[in-house]
Design a protein around this ligand. Sequence first.
Ligand code: PMP
Length: 283
Amino acid sequence: GTVYLNGHFMPLAEARVPVLDRGFLFGDGVYEVIPAYDRKPLRLHAHLDRLERSLAGIRLANPLSRADWEGIFAHLLRSHEAANQALYLQVTRGAPDGRDHRFPENTSPTVFVMTKALAPRNPRIAEQGVSAVLCEDTRWQRCDIKSISLVAAVLLRQEAADQGAEEALLVRDGRVVEGSTSNLFVIRDRYVTTPPTGPELLSGITRDLIIELAGRERLPLTEQPVSVEDCRSADELWICSSTRELVPVTRLDGEPVGDGRVGPLWQQLDAAYQACKAELGQS
Ligand code: PMP
């Protein structure tokens, strides 16, 4: 497929980054993943706003204007055969001529964008849900920055996979903050709760959309801290992200969540989410 690297479109196989790139040496960069349905990005501005915050968080200027970003996305979305895609962009602090933790004097960032087909959801997810495990959150204290330094998340997600689970739900100071690659919702007595945003979790674009849709569906929802006990005694648990959408979690640490079946509120909000995607296609 075609990718964008530092001002040029080229085949993926031709895209090369120097070994001294600070993304490679230090994980010194940030990224975004933007879903597109019928080649139209969902919540594009929210993603570009978050990119701006992530860049500010690592003290790197945005190398491109919004119009530039949008032009690159449009070009890549058109060049790919799939109608539904996931755009991936990454900005690093570039490749100075040596390895020094301190910022280079003249930063020339590396900008990379690619797209791939967004696979349709496995029907088993809506029928049976997925399993999750609780893990101690070993990440840093700025999880609100969408940093490419992902080794802690890699280890946690693999820990979940090793236990046969789809996601690791992360516990910090007794509070369940989010998944290793997703945000968390807990439902009890028809009441929806999600942990409040802050440095300990990524402010998910899908999370914001679910909050909005819950409002439209007149479901009571609060943003407040969630305990391990809240998760264990929940009627329903959901995780969400741009690429997975809204996913019901029906087993936690091997035990059923609620009655162990996909819940009615998940059905309701997933329907609202799917309708939102369909509207984008018609716009
Ligand atoms: N939290 C973490 C740690 C994530 O990696 C992701 C997925 N990028 C999310 C939450 C969900 O964010 P979004 O809905 O913007 O994809």
